[in-house]
Design a protein around this ligand. Structure first.
Ligand SMILES: *Cc1c(COP(=O)(O)O)cnc(C)c1O
Length: 355
């Protein structure tokens, strides 16, 4: 059956299963093998794994990709994507993106490995001006943690007109709200760790593409750098992916309701919520110390980094020295989970009364 006719809810449940035949398991096995009998599709554990292939095919279907490669983490996927650029290539990227991506690009820039132009990705005019002479555009939208939204079809369209490569970190939006390959991106990346796996128990990354030649180069990067995922972690990620649309839709509903309530709370000075997705960033009417106090005062919501888990978490982002300096000191990034929205609101309301 072609995945083109299937809804994401169905793809998440039905893809990445073994062939249906009498006696076959309904779930894939965890392939714990470093080597395989010669002349088969996979010969060595660093080159491929049956368990990986099933998660890869599920993510490909969700993103309308031809192929996907899974990695040991989101960052190892990002590292592989930048590794295929030639020495000194000019890269345009968001100055307020995920802190790990920014520190990697800052390091590449300092080393002379890449020539990085950091831009406000939501400022289309600035982005277009900086595309001049560039080889690669890296888009993260909405941005982490500022939740800025880029005019993705405009900036990607312009980059493609200039024959640039385009990579897209789709961790926050997920294929349920946008599919970057369908508006021209060459590579779509996920921190599968977040919504796709969704249970705060594994780190996995992925890169999905349409072009087989690009796939071959990224596969070569994965094989030679060796940043491969453990089969057990991949099995858990695929198990988590089964409920990804259910979880994401529920979390998104909760987030929309809570963003509204937060906006009219006197202890909150500013709410950033792009109108989709399940992350809310808000500034409290007070300083960093008060923001920390609030994060620690909640009972249901855990003061922890990361996002996209079934359980709600929040944290003050500037507690991380590598976080962008343009992110306010009193900003709390709130990853809304799947608890009942009324319970969450009661918890938030109590925590906010700390001030
Ligand atoms: C978490 C995250 C990453 C990095 O992924 P890891 O799995 O932690 O290595 C990259 N981009 C975004 C937007 C993220 O939230």
């Amino acid at each position: 059956m072609s995945s083109e006719n299937l809804h994401p809810e169905t793809i998440a449940v039905s893809s990445g299963r073994p062939e249906s035949e009498p006696g076959a398991g309904v779930n894939i096995p965890i392939s714990l093998n470093s080597t395989f009998v010669a002349s088969g599709p996979v010969s060595y554990g660093r080159f491929g794994n049956e368990t990986w292939s099933q998660l890869e095919s599920a993510i490909s279907q969700l993103e309308d990709a031809t192929s996907t490669l899974v990695f040991a983490s989101g960052m190892s996927a990002i590292t592989a994507a930048f590794s295929i650029l030639p020495h000194g290539a000019v890269v345009v990227a968001s100055h307020e993106g995920y802190s790990g991506t920014m520190s990697l690009l800052t390091r590449h820039h300092a080393d002379g490995r890449l020539d990085v132009r950091f831009v406000d990705i939501t400022d289309t005019k600035e982005v277009l001006a900086q595309l001049q002479g560039a080889a690669f555009l890296w888009v993260e939208s909405p941005t982490n943690p500022g939740l800025g939204v880029a005019e993705v079809s405009v900036i990607i369209g312009e980059a493609k007109k200039r024959n640039m490569g385009v990579g897209f970190d789709n961790t926050f939006a997920t294929p349920l709200t946008q599919k970057p390959l369908t508006f021209g991106a060459d590579i779509v990346m996920h921190s599968v760790t977040k919504y796709l796996a969704g249970h705060s128990d594994v780190l996995i990354g992925s890169l999905s593409v349409k072009d087989p030649a690009l796939h071959a180069r990224l596969l070569d990067a994965r094989t030679s750098f060796g940043a491969i995922a453990g089969p057990f972690e991949v099995w858990l990620a695929l198990r988590g992916l089964r409920t990804f649309p259910l979880r994401f839709n529920r979390a998104q509903e909760n987030a929309a309701a809570l963003a509204k309530k937060l906006s009219s709370h006197s202890a909150v000075s500013k709410v950033r919520y792009p109108g989709f997705g399940a992350v809310i960033s808000f500034e409290i009417a007070g300083d960093a110390e008060l923001a920390e106090k609030i994060c620690n005062a909640s009972k249901l919501i855990t003061n922890a980094t990361s996002l996209g888990g079934i359980e709600s978490t929040w944290e003050r982002r500037r507690r991380w020295p590598i976080e962008s300096q343009s992110i306010p000191e009193n900003l709390i990034r709130f990853s809304v989970g799947c608890e009942h929205v009324e319970d969450l609101w009661r918890d938030i309301d109590t925590a906010l009364s700390q001030g």
